[in-house]
Design a protein around this ligand. Sequence first.
Ligand code: NAD
Length: 253
Amino acid sequence: MSRLSGKVALITGVASGIGRSAAALFTAEGAQVLGVDRNEVAGQALAATLQAEGQFHFLAADLSTEAACVQAITYCCNTYGRIDILYNNAGIAIIEPFVKTDAEALERVMAVNFKSVFYLCQQAIPKMQQQGGGVVINTASELAIVAQPLYAAYCASKGAVLSFTRALALEYAKENIRINALCPGPIETPMLQGEFAQAADPAQAKAEGIATMPIGRLGDPAEIAQVALFLASDAPALMHGAALVVDGGKTIL
Ligand code: NAD
């Protein structure tokens, strides 16, 4: 029996990295998936591969505005008639000295990493209430829990996701809506590769990244997708408002 058969899932940020892996896994596990991403070319390419396997639709959208978030949930409900799982995964990194982060950059990182999560939840939860339940997975980060220099705005955006997730989980716990935060450690995706590429010595930056990992390697996107699948499935019935850290042991060092 597939773990998500009969479920409708909306996953954001499916054109790359963790979201791409999760879209493939959720589809393989029987879910009907709406993948949303601002990268239309990569999203359509993914759709071409996944449509053959199961039910997958792609919506090109920049989720940094409330209007786009409203449109995404409406599109999901118009396409599949419901929404059982909202997996907020889209995100951007910003790595620079705190004093260099201007208003525009701060607004962008908060809009993508936090406000989209807020608005998508605001649209999806009433539908879940009508349906009698649902699951929300919000992507925070290990950097919502521990800190790293040059990541002040990013850490703040992910801290907001974590705090928001806990508050929301409490508000809807009695309505059979499970809302949890997923906190990945360093995962080898285009986002992390881009962060290494920004360093003066990218190979050295990568080696230093690996050195922070007790498992001696970076994480793989599929390893986060597996945990997202667990959270999306009916198995963790008692998990509400958790911060699930999946980081190869980095934060216990
Ligand atoms: P990635 O850059 O590989 O993929 C992110 C996807 O989000 C991209 O396809 C991008 O187009 C999409 N996206 C970005 N802004 C968007 C917007 N405004 N509207 C729609 N789509 C948008 O990154 P990833 O490493 O797979 O990261 C996925 C999530 O995991 C992010 O929220 C990230 O912050 C978080 N995370 C990643 C790591 C890591 O080490 N890779 C660690 C902790 C948390």
